[in-house]
Design a protein around this ligand. Structure first.
Ligand code: C2E
Ligand code: MG
Ligand code: MG
Ligand code: MG
Length: 272
């Protein structure tokens, strides 16, 4: 800092970094408090059968109601939780809350919970999950854990062992945002996933010859592997029609329903 005195440009750069650092500390402190004060809640978004409208699963999505700033997006606060070490507490809170809720739903409705790669650092996640399952009495087959391809970026034996331990409990593993990360088909060989969610960015580009080929290929791939495919980001009737015509059975998106505190538990009755 002292060295920067008198060098305007350098000094400005330094204090920008400091501002950012301070903002981060404030956010971390506020997030830690929010976890304790009940400012974090869970919203649920349906994953439905695109042909019948039946609700098959609800994805648990973290919400932060900040007393001054209002709704803070998980795209903002999950990264803060990941770099500050708060993700384990936050993840456990979301998991406990959503599994408790799911225990009150009809047994045909499953629950999916997102897992951050950071939650596999301590090695404790499979045990925490088993404990919460026991507490809530939920059948393991009704629980899905959504991981992204990022989990494999610096995967280790510990990561693979924990994913196997999750599977061994009878819980479903779902590969989220498929096709956008450092996608490698070999991940499908390494980990026994029960389903893929193809990222919303593909559907958003319809109609487009290349994107159509990609979605059709992923549809064939999942059919051959005998695993589920969910299309993310179903926003309009044209996309829905394209998916039906091309044999994609399951979807999630604003057309079917936005994330809500109390989502429908049976049918999406407004499906075109
Ligand atoms: P994700 O797991 O891929 O979740 C889907 C996101 O897409 C959600 O955003 C959902 O609200 C949004 N979405 C659903 N349908 C549509 C649509 O038709 N159009 C558009 N434009 N968006 C749609 P959300 O809730 O803001 O969450 C963003 C991301 O934050 C999630 O992406 C997930 O990666 C992360 N996240 C959320 N909750 C948790 C959590 O409890 N734990 C962890 N580790 N990550 C979470
Ligand atoms: Mg997800
Ligand atoms: Mg996703
Ligand atoms: Mg996504």
């Amino acid at each position: 800092r002292a060295k920067a005195e008198g060098k305007g440009a350098v000094r400005r750069f330094t204090s920008d970094l400091e501002d950012e650092y301070e903002a981060r500390l404030v956010q971390e402190g506020e997030l830690a408090a929010a976890i304790d004060n009940g400012e974090i809640t869970v919203a649920y978004q349906p994953i439905a059968d695109l042909f019948t409208g039946q609700v098959l699963c609800l994805e648990a999505l973290a919400r932060w109601h900040h007393p001054q700033r209002g709704q803070v997006s998980p795209a903002t606060f999950i990264p803060v939780a990941e770099t500050s070490g708060l993700i384990d507490r936050l993840g456990e809170l979301i998991l406990r809350e959503s599994l408790k809720r799911a225990a009150q739903w009809p047994s045909t409705v499953q629950v999916n919970v997102n897992l951050s790669p950071q939650q596999l650092v301590s090695g404790q996640f499979p045990t925490v999950l088993a404990t919460i399952l026991r507490e809530t009495g939920l059948l393991p087959a009704r629980v899905g854990i959504e991981i992204t391809e990022n989990i494999f970026v610096d995967f280790s034996k510990s990561v693979l062992d924990q994913l196997s331990a999750i599977k061994a409990q009878g819980i479903r593993l779902v590969l989220d945002d498929f096709g956008t990360g450092y996608s490698s088909l070999s991940y499908l060989q390494m980990v026994d996933v029960d389903g893929l969610k193809i990222d919303a960015s593909f559907l958003r580009q319809l109609p487009d010859r290349k994107v159509e080929a990609i979605i059709r290929t992923v549809t064939r791939l999942t059919a051959d592997l005998n695993i589920h495919l969910v299309a993310e980001g179903v926003e309009n009737a044209l996309q829905l029609q394209w998916l039906r015509t091309n044999g994609v059975h399951f979807g999630q998106g604003f057309l079917l329903g936005r994330p809500k505190d109390n989502p429908p538990l049976d049918w999406i009755d407004h499906l075109p």
